[in-house]
Design a protein around this ligand. Structure first.
Ligand code: BGC
Length: 401
């Protein structure tokens, strides 16, 4: 691929990502809503109206387009499309199809996620991914949203971060804790969930390919950028296999693989090595580590060979927008260097378009655009126009301003 280290290849997508539950609001039929609202919930905050994007999606798309971005990744909320088992809402299918058409009209290429962490509550109550009919259910849902894809989608992500979803199952069952913020690494994935997700992906990807020829189908994997200290090689390899390579192996037959990376994980002879006390951390508690995304796409390529890569998420939770620009500069430079070395990267979708509901908390602000929690007024931050300029010119940022 012809590219130099200071420009992205022609046709390179530069855009932003969201997920339905995190921005839409009042996702009453989903298992996350139930979790947030049950007595004794472990989650400190509720999603509530979220960013009210269920009603304000046009404004979101208009803003991203006016900023100069050329792609928008968003997800369909399964619980809205299928509020009761087997009962599909034609109106909600049409809602998402309208979003697709509108994004295209405004010059944004839609990247569509079919499943982003949440499930209809009825699905979870019936046993979730371990229920005997789970795959049939997911397959039926993905068939029902065909009109959304047919509205002009060229890239579909079946399942967002199955590797994190499987870890969440371990946490939900009280069999492990999420201590990433402290550099503690991830608990083991819940094996039966992981197996079911892989089977669901493999099956629906094949079905989608038959139904929508020419549309690129894949899933997106959270990359931990595992590094090792001397003596930590074996543990690092085992951790990487368990948390990421196993999933990437299921990407080998795909048309695209989504890469999502934010920080790194270091493993020594005694296991996970937390970041040094003086290391800068983001609002998530994660180590500030801009080259994560470049390392992630390189590593992904060693696993999936020639399958094209799309960065479906990368970003930083910070209240300091100058730091967001600095982080993203480093990230894009690391990405451009990987491309120059031959990794086939088709685009970069920043997480996130909006400050949104971070799965139990509102304080981490990942957005290019701030959202007033009471009026829902959107205010683009300087980083939004800065990224829009990169989308328009294709130029790799030279240094942090
Ligand atoms: C998820 C997003 C999340 C982001 C930041 C990813 O794991 O796909 O939904 O908000 O990381 O934590």
């Amino acid at each position: 691929m012809a590219t130099s280290a200071d420009t992205f290849p022609a046709g390179f997508l530069v855009g932003a990502s969201t997920s339905a539950h995190q921005v839409e609001g009042n996702n009453l039929g989903s298992d996350w809503w139930a979790l947030e609202n049950r007595d004794g919930t472990p989650l400190p905050e509720r999603s509530g109206d979220a960013c009210d994007s269920l009603h304000r999606w046009r404004e979101d798309i208009d803003l991203l387009a006016s900023l100069g971005l050329n792609a928008y990744r968003f997800s369909i909320e399964w619980a809205r499309v299928e509020p009761a088992p087997g009962q599909f809402s034609a109106a909600m299918v049409e809602h998402y199809a309208t979003m697709v058409r509108y994004a295209i009209e405004r010059g944004l290429q839609p990247v569509l996620t079919l499943h982003h962490f949440t499930h209809p509550l009825w699905f979870t109550r019936a046993g979730g991914w371990e229920a005997p009919d789970a795959l049939d259910r997911f397959s039926a849902y993905t068939a029902a949203v065909a009109p959304v894809i047919d509205a002009g989608v060229r890239t579909v992500i079946t399942i967002n971060e199955p590797n994190i979803l499987a870890v969440m199952q371990t946490v939900v069952r009280g069999e492990g804790e999420l201590a990433t913020g402290l550099g503690g690494g991830l608990p083991h994935p819940h094996r039966p969930t992981a197996e079911a997700l892989a089977a669901a992906h493999t099956r629906t990807a094949a079905e989608l390919r038959r139904r929508h020829p020419g549309v690129a189908i894949g899933w997106s994997i959270a990359n931990q950028c595992v590094q090792h200290l001397p003596g930590g090689e074996q543990q690092a390899a085992a951790y990487r296999h368990r948390h990421e390579d196993w999933y990437l192996e299921h990407s080998k037959a795909d048309d695209v693989v989504g890469v999502q990376a934010y920080t790194r994980t270091i493993i020594g002879p005694d296991g996970i090595v937390p970041p040094a006390p003086e290391a800068a951390r983001t609002q998530m508690g994660w180590e500030y580590y801009p080259p994560a995304v470049g390392e992630a796409v390189r590593r992904t390529r060693t696993m999936v060979g020639d399958v094209p890569v799309l960065v479906t998420e990368n970003g930083i939770a910070t209240s300091d927008d100058t730091q967001r620009i600095a982080y993203t500069t480093g990230a894009l430079q690391s990405l451009a260097a990987a491309i120059a070395d031959g990794v086939d990267v088709r685009g970069y979708l920043h997480w996130s378009a909006l400050d949104n509901y971070e799965w139990g908390r509102w304080d981490p602000t990942f957005g290019l655009i701030a959202v007033d929690r009471n009026t829902f007024a959107r205010t683009p931050k300087p980083s939004a126009a800065w990224l829009g300029e990169i989308a328009r010119t294709g130029r790799v940022p030279a240094e942090a301003r």
